[in-house]
Design a protein around this ligand. Structure first.
Ligand SMILES: Cc1ncc(COP(=O)(O)O)c(C=O)c1O
Length: 363
């Protein structure tokens, strides 16, 4: 079976370095928030061109901690897209605020700037742009709008480690940037993990307090926090993989070039890269009318494709907002298909392309 994503393949390729990093932690006797986490935080802040980083338990918590650091809570509205992982809205809900969902731009599949402006109200406190599939949102325009209205910007970078806008790393534009290290991500742990980056000292300090019971010093809470710590084993693994991230992203980009070349001319829509954007292809998402039939055909050939996401947030029971103005999101959710994409995919990409070409021959 050719999987859609395959974190095990990455472990196998870097087994020696990962095993050794794990073993060192096991022998150190320090298992949570120790030297590995501290070193990773420094290295990841440097990578994302920010001043501060806090390692946290997962990407959903990263968003929640960022929202809480900005004092977002009951009575506030937070604007984000409907075409995203449930996690984005889950974090907003958990903060006590209401998620206001907007459509995506038809080319970049990221937050629609026009709808964003229409939906800003007196209750709006923050915007969460999602750098979906590894493609940056129009972050310059979003920052301008946020500044004009006095809103916080919290970047959801869970799918975009290393993506750039005008050569600058995502996560470094907003007040805070939030990352997930779920195993399939471009930078993935072997378990859960996340990080919040920022160059705003006060916000970064608050995230650090919030992630451990609001402790200013041990056993002494100065604000209400909870437990959202990164453990040392995950931090040590992330340090190994961070050194390889640029190379691993390059491999994703080379694979995207192969897909683009081999699938050109077929009756499907390939992903586009907008000006000034450095795409890191967390997912390689095509659009096709006959999506479900192609997906079945691929499965019969032993190829797993995915859908990110089959039901947009505004059509899910818990977030239902009965909105009819998210037309691109509604239309695209019926057409999108994520083809296998991970750095170790290698020559398997030829099998995937042949199977797709074969589908069109027999259509
Ligand atoms: C866009 C987006 N935001 C947030 C998250 C949440 O990350 P986690 O699964 O680590 O909580 C994810 C990952 O699933 C994601 O894809």
């Amino acid at each position: 079976m050719i999987l859609c994503s395959n974190p095990q393949a990455q472990y196998v390729e870097h087994k020696e370095a990962i095993d050794s990093a794990i073993s060192q932690v096991l022998q150190s006797g320090i298992y949570i928030l120790g030297p590995e986490t501290e070193a990773f935080e420094q290295e990841f802040a440097e990578f994302t061109q920010t001043e501060y980083c806090s390692g946290v338990a997962n990407g959903t918590d990263a968003l929640l901690l960022a929202l809480k650091a900005c004092d977002v809570g009951e009575g506030d509205e937070v604007i984000t897209v409907s075409l995203t992982a449930s996690a984005t809205a889950a974090a907003i809900h958990q903060s006590g605020a209401e998620a206001v969902l907007v459509d995506v731009d038809p080319e970049s599949y990221t937050l629609d700037i026009n709808q964003l402006q229409e939906k800003i109200s007196s209750k709006t406190k923050a915007i969460i742009p999602v750098h979906l599939y590894g493609h940056p949102a129009e972050i310059d325009a979003i920052m301008n709008i946020a500044t004009k209205h006095g809103l916080y910007v919290i970047e959801d970078c869970a799918q975009a480690h290393g993506a750039t806008y005008n050569g600058k790393q995502v996560g470094s534009f907003g007040d805070l940037g939030c990352f997930s290290f779920y195993p399939t991500k471009n930078l993935g742990a072997i378990g859960d993990g996340g990080a919040v980056v920022s160059s705003n000292r006060a916000l970064a300090d608050k995230v650090k307090l919030l992630r451990e019971y609001g402790w200013k010093e041990k056993f002494n809470s100065s604000i209400h926090g909870w437990n959202s710590r990164l453990d040392e084993i995950q931090a040590a693994i992330l340090r190994v993989k961070l050194k390889k991230l640029t190379h691993l992203n390059k491999r994703r980009s080379d694979l995207a070039d192969i897909y683009n070349r081999k699938l050109a001319g077929l009756d499907l829509i390939l992903p586009s890269v907008q000006d000034s954007c450095g795409h890191v292809y967390h997912l390689f998402v095509i659009r096709i009318n006959d999506r479900d039939r192609l997906m079945r055909h691929l499965r019969e050939q032993g190829i797993q494709a995915g859908i990110h996401y089959p039901t947009p947030l505004h059509r899910q029971e818990v977030y239902q907002s009965n909105q009819d103005d998210l037309k691109i999101t509604d239309a695209y959710c019926k057409e999108i298909l994520s083809l296998p994409m991970y750095p170790e995919l290698g020559d398997n990409i030829d099998t995937v392309c042949s199977a797709i070409i074969d589908f069109y021959k027999h259509k």
